[in-house]
Every structure is written in structure tokens, then in C-alpha cells.
Ligand binder design. Sequence first.
Ligand code: PMV
Length: 322
Amino acid sequence: MVTAFAPGKCILFGEHAVVYGQPAVAVSIDAGVEVTIRESNSWILEGMPFEPSRHPHISHIINDIFDYTGKPLKIDIKSGLFSAAGLGSSAALSNSMGAALHQLVNPDEPLDLISLARIGHSAEANAQKGRASPTDTATSALGGCVVVSGERVKGTQHVFDATLETPEGSRSWSICRASLPQVDDTWIVLGFTGIGSPTGRMVAGVAELIEREPQKMDDIRAIGEITSSGLDSLSEGDMESVGFAMNSCHEKLRNIGVSCPEIESLISAVENHSLGTKLTGAGGGGCMVSLTRHPRRVAECIEIAGGKPLVSKLGSGGARIL
Ligand code: PMV
């Protein structure tokens, strides 16, 4: 029997602008997905017969990546993430499954996190018709703070490059690590609106807006600048300035039409107790994030305002065998 864990992620800066080549900064969070696999007489997922077509991430990893021909497996999944909330739950599932199967097939080979990030990205791309940025899978595999961008970002440590053939042509990204400060008095609190985040629709909506109003590209460029200054503040451990940059980033995200009343209501509920607040991920639902020194109070305010809170340190560890 093997159990593996891979964390979810929170985008601190740069969502949507990353689609236009600007950098995005994400951190892994404490919660994630645990996968346990054990050999069995038949293929079972969560107590039911395994139907590969209904679980493209898992079947891609088993068949295409590992070319697994061993005994049937009983697969159990425990998730601590809200799904379709922009927290990277499908990336965490792919990475966790990849890590567990690696350990079962090659018990003497240590888990290589870059290979795992590539496996996860391949599973995401396979399940999303060739369109998947490596942000979620890289952050979940490597842990800590990850910067994804079209070009290598100054002040970060380059880890690997990813390329993908998409229906729109070949895309490539540089994946770097950024150092996180040793702060033990600041947390992030995610607030789920309860509404699934429609990533594809939101990305398409921004593209249409820019076509209609080309000056909106100024907001995209501004997000890129805010992301760079937010990243500098983060590596200096200046959490007040990180919060300030998060607020500015949210203003620009609002300008490009990706916030929604439910996100705004959770943000209003917590902003007095936060260093900074913004939507995180695609918007239009999904989650907001608060950077705070009062995580319990912020979590309570989110609950009172009708959201579901999740408290985390910034950038806990990456994928691992348990
Ligand atoms: O909601 P998520 O975590 O899938 O974030 C989407 C981030 C976007 O920038 C909106 C899209 C992308 O592919 O980077």
C-alpha cells in the first residue's frame, strides 16, 4: 500500500495577466489531496468500479505515463480542497496519483519533483483538450512559492521550462522558485464563495473585453508591474507591502471584469482584519484570499458572510510520499 499527498495552491499575484505573458506568483497551501493505492483483484476507485473515461487524469497517469500493466489497483482519494474553486484540486489529484504510482512501481527510486510536475501537467493538458498552464501542477509538486512566466523572472531561481502543444500553437513557460520569508505571524485565509470558478469562460471574457476595449491592456500590464513589486516585497518579508500589492492587484482585476458580487462581499467582510485581500484564480466565483495576522477572526467573518474559509501558512511543502 502507498499513500501520497500533494498540496493545493493559491495565486497571490498575476492571474489573467499570465495568459498575456506576464508573471504569476503562486504559493502551495497546507490543504491538498491524498491518494492511497493498493493492489487488488479488480480496479476500484472510491469503493466503485473504476471507469477510466470518467477519470481522465487518473487513467492518463496509469496508462499513458506509467504504462502500468501490474495487478489491478484499489484507489482511495481524500481531498481537503474545495473543488472547482481555483485551488488546484485537479492538479493536486494528478500529482498525488503520480507520486503514489511512482512509489509503487519504483520503490527504490526517490520521487523527482520536476518529473512529477511534468506528469501532473501532462495529465491536466490531456484532460483539458491541450490547454493547461503549468502553474497549478508546478506549485503543487514543488511547494513553496513558484513564479510562472513567459520569461525568466529576475531574483528568482529557475527550476525548469515547460512547453505544450495547444490548439492555438506551441506555448512555453519558465518555472522559477522564489524565496519565502521566515514569518510565523502571517497566514492566508481563503474564502470560497460556493460558486464554481468557470476558468475557461473568464479567460475568454477577458479576451473579448480587450478586443472591444484595447486600452484594457493597460490593466494587464499594470498587473504585471504589481506582481513584480509584490514579489520583491514578499522576498524582503515586508508583509504590509505584500498586502498593499494584493489590494492594488484586485483593483485591476475588477477593472477587467473578473470579480463578482459574492467575491466582493467576502472581501468587504474581512478587509478590516487583513493586510491585503483579492480574488484568487479565475474569478467569477471561486475564492478570495486574505493575507492576515488574525486568521481565526478572518475565518469567522468569512463564515458569517456565507463563505467557506480555509486557513493556511504561505507555501508549505510540496508533493510527498506519506
Ligand atoms: O482558477 P485557476 O486556479 O485555474 O486560475 C486560473 C488562472 C488564469 O490566469 C485565469 C488562467 C491561466 O491559465 O493562467
